[in-house]
Design a protein around this ligand. Structure first.
Ligand code: FNR
Length: 194
Protein backbone atom coordinates (compact mmCIF):
# COMPACT_ATOMS: atom_id res chain seq x y z
CA UNK A 1 0.00 0.00 0.00
CA UNK A 2 1.27 3.50 -0.73
CA UNK A 3 2.75 5.70 1.98
CA UNK A 4 0.15 8.24 3.14
CA UNK A 5 1.27 11.59 4.51
CA UNK A 6 -0.62 14.45 6.14
CA UNK A 7 0.81 17.90 5.37
CA UNK A 8 0.23 21.36 6.82
CA UNK A 9 1.87 24.75 7.29
CA UNK A 10 2.00 26.23 10.77
CA UNK A 11 0.61 29.61 9.75
CA UNK A 12 -2.88 30.92 9.05
CA UNK A 13 -2.18 34.12 7.15
CA UNK A 14 -2.96 34.40 3.45
CA UNK A 15 0.54 35.58 2.48
CA UNK A 16 2.35 33.02 4.64
CA UNK A 17 5.77 31.92 3.38
CA UNK A 18 5.26 28.56 5.02
CA UNK A 19 1.98 28.10 3.18
CA UNK A 20 3.98 28.83 0.01
CA UNK A 21 6.68 26.34 1.00
CA UNK A 22 4.56 23.34 2.03
CA UNK A 23 3.53 22.51 -1.59
CA UNK A 24 7.23 22.05 -2.42
CA UNK A 25 7.52 19.43 0.32
CA UNK A 26 4.27 17.82 -0.86
CA UNK A 27 5.54 17.74 -4.45
CA UNK A 28 8.70 15.94 -3.30
CA UNK A 29 6.65 13.35 -1.41
CA UNK A 30 4.36 12.72 -4.37
CA UNK A 31 7.37 12.37 -6.66
CA UNK A 32 8.67 9.72 -4.23
CA UNK A 33 5.39 7.82 -4.55
CA UNK A 34 3.44 8.99 -1.49
CA UNK A 35 -0.23 9.92 -1.31
CA UNK A 36 -0.41 13.30 0.40
CA UNK A 37 -3.31 15.11 2.05
CA UNK A 38 -2.52 18.83 2.33
CA UNK A 39 -4.72 20.60 4.87
CA UNK A 40 -5.04 24.22 5.96
CA UNK A 41 -5.06 24.72 9.73
CA UNK A 42 -7.47 27.61 9.08
CA UNK A 43 -10.05 24.90 8.31
CA UNK A 44 -9.50 23.38 11.78
CA UNK A 45 -9.94 26.34 14.13
CA UNK A 46 -9.27 25.33 17.73
CA UNK A 47 -9.24 27.28 20.98
CA UNK A 48 -6.05 27.34 23.01
CA UNK A 49 -6.07 24.03 24.87
CA UNK A 50 -8.25 24.23 27.98
CA UNK A 51 -9.05 21.18 30.07
CA UNK A 52 -12.45 22.62 30.92
CA UNK A 53 -13.36 22.83 27.23
CA UNK A 54 -12.18 19.26 26.78
CA UNK A 55 -14.22 18.12 29.80
CA UNK A 56 -17.33 19.54 28.15
CA UNK A 57 -16.51 17.56 25.02
CA UNK A 58 -13.59 17.52 22.59
CA UNK A 59 -13.91 20.20 19.89
CA UNK A 60 -15.12 18.66 16.63
CA UNK A 61 -12.05 20.03 14.80
CA UNK A 62 -9.74 18.20 17.22
CA UNK A 63 -11.62 14.98 16.57
CA UNK A 64 -11.34 15.57 12.81
CA UNK A 65 -7.57 16.07 13.11
CA UNK A 66 -7.21 12.92 15.20
CA UNK A 67 -9.16 10.96 12.59
CA UNK A 68 -6.99 12.39 9.81
CA UNK A 69 -3.76 11.49 11.59
CA UNK A 70 -5.05 7.96 12.20
CA UNK A 71 -5.45 7.54 8.43
CA UNK A 72 -1.89 8.63 7.63
CA UNK A 73 1.59 7.17 8.13
CA UNK A 74 3.43 10.41 8.71
CA UNK A 75 3.53 14.19 8.77
CA UNK A 76 4.99 16.93 6.58
CA UNK A 77 5.17 20.30 8.32
CA UNK A 78 6.42 23.73 7.29
CA UNK A 79 6.72 25.91 10.37
CA UNK A 80 7.33 29.60 11.02
CA UNK A 81 9.64 30.64 13.84
CA UNK A 82 8.23 32.85 16.59
CA UNK A 83 10.77 34.08 19.12
CA UNK A 84 13.07 31.19 18.47
CA UNK A 85 10.40 28.53 18.81
CA UNK A 86 7.47 27.02 16.96
CA UNK A 87 4.27 29.09 16.86
CA UNK A 88 1.60 28.38 19.46
CA UNK A 89 -0.63 27.32 16.56
CA UNK A 90 1.58 24.33 15.82
CA UNK A 91 2.01 23.31 19.47
CA UNK A 92 -1.68 23.79 20.20
CA UNK A 93 -2.64 21.65 17.21
CA UNK A 94 -0.30 18.86 18.34
CA UNK A 95 -1.54 19.16 21.93
CA UNK A 96 -5.22 18.81 20.99
CA UNK A 97 -4.48 15.81 18.74
CA UNK A 98 -2.58 14.13 21.60
CA UNK A 99 -5.63 14.03 23.88
CA UNK A 100 -7.54 10.74 24.42
CA UNK A 101 -9.74 9.52 21.59
CA UNK A 102 -13.52 9.18 21.83
CA UNK A 103 -13.16 5.45 22.56
CA UNK A 104 -10.69 6.14 25.38
CA UNK A 105 -7.59 5.07 23.46
CA UNK A 106 -4.48 7.24 23.81
CA UNK A 107 -4.21 10.20 21.45
CA UNK A 108 -0.45 10.17 21.81
CA UNK A 109 -0.47 6.65 20.36
CA UNK A 110 -1.70 8.16 17.08
CA UNK A 111 1.79 9.60 16.60
CA UNK A 112 3.72 6.48 17.57
CA UNK A 113 6.14 5.19 14.93
CA UNK A 114 4.97 7.72 12.39
CA UNK A 115 7.62 9.54 10.39
CA UNK A 116 7.87 13.30 9.97
CA UNK A 117 9.67 15.67 7.64
CA UNK A 118 10.01 19.32 8.67
CA UNK A 119 10.99 22.55 6.95
CA UNK A 120 10.71 26.21 7.87
CA UNK A 121 10.63 29.62 6.20
CA UNK A 122 11.33 33.09 7.51
CA UNK A 123 12.16 36.49 6.07
CA UNK A 124 15.25 36.47 8.28
CA UNK A 125 18.68 35.05 7.41
CA UNK A 126 18.37 31.81 9.43
CA UNK A 127 15.06 30.80 7.88
CA UNK A 128 13.48 29.69 11.14
CA UNK A 129 16.17 27.12 11.85
CA UNK A 130 15.66 27.38 15.62
CA UNK A 131 11.97 26.51 15.27
CA UNK A 132 12.98 23.28 13.54
CA UNK A 133 15.04 22.25 16.56
CA UNK A 134 12.07 22.83 18.86
CA UNK A 135 9.56 21.16 16.53
CA UNK A 136 11.86 18.17 16.00
CA UNK A 137 12.09 17.70 19.76
CA UNK A 138 8.32 18.09 20.28
CA UNK A 139 7.55 15.54 17.55
CA UNK A 140 10.12 13.10 18.94
CA UNK A 141 8.50 13.38 22.37
CA UNK A 142 5.19 12.40 20.76
CA UNK A 143 6.83 9.27 19.38
CA UNK A 144 7.44 10.27 15.79
CA UNK A 145 10.66 9.60 13.98
CA UNK A 146 11.79 12.88 12.42
CA UNK A 147 14.13 12.35 9.48
CA UNK A 148 17.52 14.04 9.92
CA UNK A 149 17.17 16.02 6.69
CA UNK A 150 15.63 19.48 7.15
CA UNK A 151 15.63 22.83 5.35
CA UNK A 152 15.26 26.38 6.71
CA UNK A 153 14.48 28.82 3.90
CA UNK A 154 15.81 32.29 4.78
CA UNK A 155 15.12 35.54 2.92
CA UNK A 156 11.75 34.05 2.17
CA UNK A 157 10.36 37.27 0.72
CA UNK A 158 12.81 36.92 -2.18
CA UNK A 159 12.64 33.13 -2.52
CA UNK A 160 9.03 32.13 -1.90
CA UNK A 161 7.21 34.21 -4.45
CA UNK A 162 4.11 32.05 -4.74
CA UNK A 163 2.58 28.74 -3.61
CA UNK A 164 5.02 25.96 -4.40
CA UNK A 165 7.43 28.41 -6.01
CA UNK A 166 10.80 28.22 -4.26
CA UNK A 167 13.21 30.38 -6.20
CA UNK A 168 16.37 28.53 -5.19
CA UNK A 169 17.15 25.32 -7.00
CA UNK A 170 19.49 23.88 -4.38
CA UNK A 171 17.02 24.49 -1.59
CA UNK A 172 14.17 23.14 -3.68
CA UNK A 173 16.15 19.93 -4.19
CA UNK A 174 16.92 19.83 -0.47
CA UNK A 175 13.20 20.18 0.41
CA UNK A 176 12.42 17.35 -2.02
CA UNK A 177 15.08 15.23 -0.31
CA UNK A 178 13.39 15.79 3.08
CA UNK A 179 10.16 14.38 1.64
CA UNK A 180 11.94 11.52 -0.11
CA UNK A 181 13.63 10.56 3.16
CA UNK A 182 10.25 10.35 4.91
CA UNK A 183 8.87 8.09 2.18
CA UNK A 184 12.03 5.95 2.19
CA UNK A 185 11.89 5.45 5.98
CA UNK A 186 8.24 4.46 5.84
CA UNK A 187 8.78 2.01 2.99
CA UNK A 188 11.50 0.29 5.00
CA UNK A 189 9.18 0.11 8.02
CA UNK A 190 6.24 -1.17 6.06
CA UNK A 191 8.38 -3.79 4.40
CA UNK A 192 9.70 -5.04 7.71
CA UNK A 193 7.99 -7.77 9.74
CA UNK A 194 6.27 -6.42 12.87
C1 FNR B 1 8.34 36.45 14.22
N1 FNR B 1 9.29 36.29 13.22
C2 FNR B 1 10.49 35.66 13.48
N2 FNR B 1 11.33 35.28 12.46
C3 FNR B 1 12.47 34.60 12.74
O1 FNR B 1 13.21 34.24 11.82
N3 FNR B 1 12.81 34.30 14.03
C4 FNR B 1 12.03 34.63 15.07
O2 FNR B 1 12.36 34.32 16.19
C5 FNR B 1 10.82 35.35 14.82
N4 FNR B 1 9.98 35.71 15.84
C6 FNR B 1 8.71 36.16 15.55
C7 FNR B 1 7.77 36.31 16.57
C8 FNR B 1 6.48 36.66 16.28
C9 FNR B 1 5.48 36.74 17.39
C10 FNR B 1 6.09 36.92 14.94
C11 FNR B 1 4.67 37.29 14.61
C12 FNR B 1 7.01 36.83 13.95
C13 FNR B 1 8.98 36.70 11.84
C14 FNR B 1 8.36 35.55 11.09
O3 FNR B 1 9.37 34.73 10.58
C15 FNR B 1 7.49 36.10 9.94
O4 FNR B 1 6.39 36.79 10.47
C16 FNR B 1 7.05 34.99 9.00
O5 FNR B 1 6.50 35.60 7.86
C17 FNR B 1 6.02 34.07 9.66
O6 FNR B 1 5.76 32.93 8.85
P1 FNR B 1 4.60 32.93 7.75
O7 FNR B 1 3.32 33.42 8.36
O8 FNR B 1 5.08 33.83 6.64
O9 FNR B 1 4.52 31.50 7.29
Amino acid sequence: SPVRLLAFAGSLRAGSYNRRLIPVLVEGARAAGAEVTLIELRDYPLPIYDGDIEAEGMPEQARRLQALLAEHDGLLISTPEYNGSMPALVKNTLDWISRPLADGRSGTALFADKVAGIVSASPGPLGGLRSLLVLRDALAKLGLIVVPQQVAVGQAADKLIDFGQLNDERQRDAVHRVAAAVVRHLKVYQGAPA
